[in-house]
Design a protein around this ligand. Structure first.
Ligand SMILES: [Zn+2]
Length: 183
């Protein structure tokens, strides 16, 4: 399993879930890979993109398109995997081939069921108390690409705005561990 706490630098609530996961016991029956922050420069600057202004969620090689001029909010970069951060994450995914991938975003407060493992998404949504919604699948998005590496594996969880409460963080960690424990 792969967990990415923050891909858009100004959507960082999932980082607390990632840290709480790694602070807990390692699962006995699964390999759990946690990237708390894929976009450290964006998180420090409170920007969606990285220091090059690239939106990683348009920079992956799944139907990549040259979206947006540099400086625009969804600038896709100079080409697929033009950024060191997205190259690293893509290399990890190719190597590990996670059977489940969860990418945290904000602030829509929904589990995105447009792609990925439907039964797992449904149970996850019920467990954390978010509605299910099918969001637009964007050109070059990380989950779209991950699903070309391992079919029906990756999905987006849109957290509510602002930081998560301690109780909420525990609920998300429990929902992730439920996925792991159910094999
Ligand atoms: Zn986002």
């Amino acid at each position: 399993m792969l967990i990415v706490g923050c891909i858009h630098g100004d959507e960082s609530a999932g980082v607390a879930v990632a840290h709480a996961l790694t602070a807990g016991p390692a699962p006995a029956n699964a390999d759990l890979w946690v990237i708390p922050v894929m976009n450290p420069d964006g998180m420090a600057a409170q920007t969606r993109g990285n220091a090059h202004g690239v939106d990683f969620n348009r920079n992956f090689p799944a139907e990549w398109q040259p979206l947006g001029p540099p400086g625009s909010v969804d600038f896709a970069g100079g080409g697929p995997l033009s950024e060191p951060e997205s190259r690293l994450v893509a290399a990890l995914i190719r190597r590990v081939r996670p059977t489940v991938g969860i990418w945290f975003h904000q602030p829509m407060a929904v589990v995105d069921t447009s792609q990925g493992p439907k039964a797992i998404e449904r149970r996850f949504a019920r467990q954390v108390g978010l509605p299910e919604r099918s969001l637009t699948v964007h050109a070059g998005s990380a989950t779209r690409w991950e699903n070309t590496i391992v079919a029906n594996s990756a999905f987006v969880v849109e957290l509510p705005p602002g930081p998560l409460s301690t109780t909420s963080v525990r609920r998300y960690v429990a929902a992730i561990r439920t996925i792991i424990d159910s094999g």
